[in-house]
Design a protein around this ligand. Structure first.
Ligand code: FUL
Length: 512
């Protein structure tokens, strides 16, 4: 090949690449749902993924970080995990029930919402539903005049914590389960719960269904359920069998190391629902295989035709069971285990929904309460002082001091957005600091973008990698061996677009 031809080819390649870069608009949110066009290039698809962002309610939900699950019901008294719907309400009598004790215990543990199993698979209702007698009204508790949803909702309002409602679609008691009438029954119950108890911030639909081969098959009217919720509680997110929040895929408390909130939306339903993308967002449940190891890698995105913001929630119980069983009183997870779960859920771009099942008295057991208290104290101690506070942060190509402060100002809303995809950020600490924990946050209202990063410390004049990771997302927490330094460097090694970095912290863990 002669030199002129070579130069021409290089020139053509250069023009080609600048054209494709120029075509990609790297700015602006696309909302929480976007369609991939058959003509989109790989680069355009990745760029679209980088600009899918949470809805306002998804963002509020994510910021809660830590929430409580309360499994309580007829199973608490029959000592079972799954009731069959034939239980006698006469057995339900939590004589010392104190919803304020639940709320205070959870609030002190740092939980921002309490999710109650208003009805589990056994169909027994913790509120006096008009549509069934299988509820607290047929029980001896408060002579059938009690309402646990009401007591909890009032306690939540009193202590300033949000309320969530778990309503099991699978109902082993309802006579109409398996017929169209059940959908009316379910919508009626949903309407009671979302009308009579003030604000509800999350509605949780369980996917579990243990009907065997000859069991009843219910065709659930999901769209009707979603529409009812959107109408009655427009700020509530709908989780698991719903459009806003995804099950992480385990019940062990552990999320993925690489956790993307933007995933392929793969669903046929989306097309049936509305004419425009904007209207579609939040109206259908993306069909993801929640248990798959990889949900949102580049490879997955490139073979998809729709992308959606669908963040992960980690649900796990503080005990082996979801419901209270007296023989598990000494099997409450240890502080160490709960810390590990915290770092592996909240610290990996997920929200933690920790189950604490009230006992037959109607109280959170002393053992659970004591562990929660110690766990909270340990977390508070560890994260009390950000040793990077007042550090001098130097962003590549952005030496302005106002930008510098944004990364270490303790304010998630202020952030610095890099010009390129792979910035290097230097952090000059106020003197030598000793630490073994790191926190970094992306501003997800701009999009989740970071694919790989590393953190180095200058020790004895040499840069040494102290930790590294893949995704950051809303929050990434990392644990590593104790290091002492006054200079740190965060390098974004790969990103889908220029990342928006909101907060950075280093901490010294108290002995755990
Ligand atoms: C599962 C249910 O079957 C369990 O009983 C529990 O409620 C858990 C949170 O979800 O699917």
């Amino acid at each position: 090949m002669n030199n002129i031809l070579k130069i021409q080819i290089v020139l053509l390649m250069y023009i080609g690449s600048t054209i494709s870069i120029a075509q990609v608009n790297t700015k602006g949110s696309l909302g929480n749902y976007v369609e991939i066009l058959p003509t989109d290039t790989e680069e355009e698809i990745i760029n679209k993924a980088a600009r899918v962002t949470p809805s306002a309610k998804q963002l509020d939900w994510q910021k809660m970080g830590l929430t409580a699950f309360l499994h309580f019901g007829i199973n608490t008294f029959s000592n079972r995990e799954w009731g069959d719907g034939k239980e006698d309400p006469a057995n339900f009598n939590p004589e010392q029930l104190d919803a304020e004790q639940w709320v205070k215990t959870c609030k002190e543990a740092g939980m921002k919402l309490i999710m109650l199993t208003a009805k589990h698979h056994d169909g027994f209702c913790l509120w006096p539903s008009k549509y069934t007698d299988h509820s607290v009204k047929s029980s001896p508790w408060k002579n059938g005049n009690g309402d646990i949803v009401e007591e909890l909702s009032l306690a939540c309002q009193k202590y300033g914590i949000k309320l969530g409602i778990y309503l099991s679609p699978w109902d082993r008691n309802s006579q109409v389960y398996g017929t169209d009438d059940y959908n009316d029954y379910f919508v009626n119950q949903l309407t009671e719960l979302l009308t009579n108890y003030g604000n509800v911030a999350e509605v949780w639909f369980d996917g579990a269904n243990g009907e065997g081969p000859n069991g009843k098959k219910q065709v659930y009217a999901w769209q009707r359920y979603y529409t009812t919720i959107r109408k009655l509680q427009p700020n509530a997110v709908i989780a698991i069998m719903g459009p806003d929040v995804r099950w992480v895929g385990t019940e062990s408390g552990y999320g993925r190391d690489t956790e993307w909130s933007v995933v392929p939306a793969n669903t046929q339903d989306a097309d049936k629902i509305a004419a425009t993308s904007q209207q579609k967002a939040g109206t259908f449940r993306p069909e993801v295989n929640a248990m798959a190891k990889d949900l949102g890698s580049r490879e997955k995105l490139l073979t998809s035709d729709k992308l959606v913001w669908y963040p992960s929630e980690v649900d796990v119980s503080i005990r082996p069971g979801w419901f209270y069983h007296p023989d598990q009183d000494d099997k409450v997870k240890s502080v160490e285990k709960l810390l590990d779960i915290y770092y592996s859920s909240v610290g990996k771009n997920s929200l933690l929904l920790l189950n604490i099942p009230p006992d037959t008295r109607g109280l959170i057991h002393e053992n659970d309460a004591a562990i929660l208290k110690k766990w909270r104290e340990t977390l508070d101690e560890t994260f009390k002082i950000n040793l990077a506070e007042k550090a001098k942060v130097t962003f590549e190509k952005s030496p302005s001091s106002s930008d510098s402060k944004k990364f270490v100002d303790g304010n998630y809303d202020s952030y610095w957005q890099a010009e390129g995809n792979t910035p290097v950020i230097e952090i000059q600490l106020k003197g030598i600091k000793t630490f073994d924990r790191l926190m970094v946050q992306e501003q997800i209202s701009v999009g989740q973008r970071v694919e790989k990063f590393m953190v180095e410390a200058k020790v004895d004049g040499k840069w040494k990698t102290i930790t590294e990771g893949t995704t950051i997302g809303y929050k990434r927490l990392l644990r590593f061996d104790v290091v002492s330094t006054n200079e740190l460097r965060l390098t974004i090694l790969a990103a889908r677009a220029n990342p928006a970095l909101a907060e950075f912290g280093i901490y010294k863990a108290v002995s755990e």
